[in-house]
Design a protein around this ligand. Structure first.
Ligand SMILES: [Zn+2]
Length: 295
C-alpha cells in the first residue's frame, strides 16, 4: 500500500497512457508523476522537456493541459485549487502523445494495472475515468452549450447551468459453479489461453439479479440459482462498475449461445486454465470459490 504522504500528486495522461517514472515496475511499484505538492506549480519541471511550464488550467484539480510554453513572467499561473483537494490532481495531454520527459515513460494504464498496488490503480483509474468523461462531454446534451468543470465532479453547462454527472455503467460479473467446477468463458479480447468469469452490462429497467440470470442464459445457455453478492469493483475502461456474484448451476449444457464468447465450459478447481490477475474482480470471485468461501 502507498502511504498517503508519498502518494503521487499528479496523474498525467495522453489517451489511455499514463506517465510513470521509468523503472517503476521494477522498483517499489509506486508510480508516477510529479510529487511537487505546491499548488499552481509547473506540472513537470524537467528543463529540457516539452512539459516545462505546463500548467493545470482548471480550478478543481481536474485539468487539461492547454499550453506548451511558459506564461509571461508577469502573468500569474492559473489557479489549481489544490487546497482541499481530496486526491491527486489529474491532467490530460491533448493531441498526439508527446515524448516522455527524461526519467518518465508512457505506459498503457490497462497494462500498468496488473502491476500497480490496488489502491494506486484505484486512484489512477478514477483520475483517467473522470478525464475521459470530461473529454467526451464537452457540450451540453440539453442545449448544446459548452460545458465547464462544476461542483461534485460534474460538468456544468455554461449556458443553461444543467449539471452533467460522470457516467457509470453497472455490469454484473458472475462466477457460476456446481461445487467443484467453475463455468469460465473466453471472449475475443482476452489474452491467449485466458478464461474468465461471465459478465455483462445491466440494461435499463433491470435489477442486478435479473441481469445475472439473463446474461448467463444468453451467453452460456445455462440456468442458475442461489445468487450471492461478493463485492464490487470500479473498472474505468471506460466507466464500468463491476458487481460481483457467485451463482450455482441448476441446468443446461454450456455453449457460446449468443456469440459473445468464443468458448465456455467447466473447469475443475484443480485444473483451472490461465485466469485474470489479482487486480480484477474476476480473480477475486474465482479465488473466493477456490477457498471454499462460496456456498
Ligand atoms: Zn445546456
Amino acid at each position: 500500500m502507498t502511504p498517503p504522504e508519498t502518494a503521487p500528486r499528479w496523474w498525467v495522461f495522453a489517451g489511455r497512457a499514463v506517465l510513470l517514472r521509468t523503472g517503476w515496475v521494477a522498483g517499489d511499484g509506486i508510480p508516477p508523476a510529479e510529487e511537487d505538492p505546491r499548488p499552481a506549480a509547473p506540472l513537470l519541471s524537467t528543463p529540457t522537456s516539452r512539459f516545462e511550464a505546463l500548467w493545470l488550467s482548471s480550478d478543481s484539480g481536474l485539468g487539461v493541459i492547454e499550453r506548451e510554453t511558459a506564461p509571461d513572467a508577469g502573468t500569474p499561473p492559473p489557479p489549481t485549487g489544490a487546497e482541499g483537494m481530496r486526491e491527486p490532481a489529474q491532467a490530460l495531454v491533448e493531441g498526439p502523445q508527446p515524448p516522455a520527459p527524461r526519467g518518465y515513460e508512457w505506459v498503457d494504464l490497462r497494462h500498468a494495472a496488473s502491476a500497480m498496488a490496488p489502491d494506486v490503480f484505484h486512484r489512477a483509474g478514477r483520475a483517467w475515468q473522470l478525464l475521459e468523461w470530461r473529454r467526451t462531454h464537452r457540450y451540453c446534451g440539453v442545449c448544446g452549450g459548452p460545458t465547464a468543470v462544476g461542483p461534485y465532479d460534474a460538468l456544468a453547462c455554461t449556458l443553461c447551468d444543467h449539471l452533467h454527472f460522470p457516467r457509470l455503467s453497472p455490469a454484473v460479473i458472475v462466477l457460476v459453479h456446481d461445487g467443484d467446477h467453475a463455468l469460465l468463458g473466453r471472449g475475443p479480447r482476452l489474452p491467449e489461453g485466458m478464461y474468465s468469469t461471465l459478465a455483462g452490462f445491466v440494461e435499463p429497467g433491470e435489477s442486478l439479479e435479473a441481469a445475472v440470470h439473463r446474461e448467463i442464459l444468453e451467453e452460456a445457455d445455462v440456468r442458475i440459482d442461489d445468487l450471492r453478492y461478493l463485492g464490487s469493483q470500479p473498472w474505468p475502461f471506460p466507466h464500468s462498475l463491476m458487481i460481483g456474484f457467485t451463482a450455482r448451476w441448476i441446468s443446461g449444457t454450456p455453449r457460446p449461445a449468443d456469440g459473445e464468447l468464443e468458448e465456455v465450459g467447466w473447469f475443475h478447481r484443480d485444473a483451472l486454465p490461465r485466469i485474470p490477475g489479482p487486480v480484477s474482480i474476476a480473480r477475486a470471485l474465482i479465488d473466493a470459490w477456490r477457498r471454499g468461501d462460496v456456498g
